[in-house]
Design a protein. Structure first.
Length: 66
């Protein structure tokens, strides 16, 4: 059965095991949820003023031609 404890309650053994696995890995992929990029300072696509889509007019895209 999987450990269902919150991440902040993982034992040092678990953290060290993961750390060793990451250190041995030749490649590593990390999948994260929404909001991680913003906290890291990476612009998001959703911010109304600064996001990726802020440079486009939604009404000009909401057409059959677009």
């Amino acid at each position: 059965m999987r450990d269902r404890r919150p991440h902040d309650q993982l034992s040092d053994d678990h953290v060290q095991t993961v750390g060793r696995a990451v250190a041995r890995a030749k490649r590593l992929a990390v999948f994260t949820g929404a909001g991680v990029s913003r906290e890291s300072g990476i612009p998001t696509s959703r911010e109304p003023e600064t996001g990726l889509w802020a440079q486009y007019d939604p009404m000009s895209l909401a057409t059959p031609e677009a």
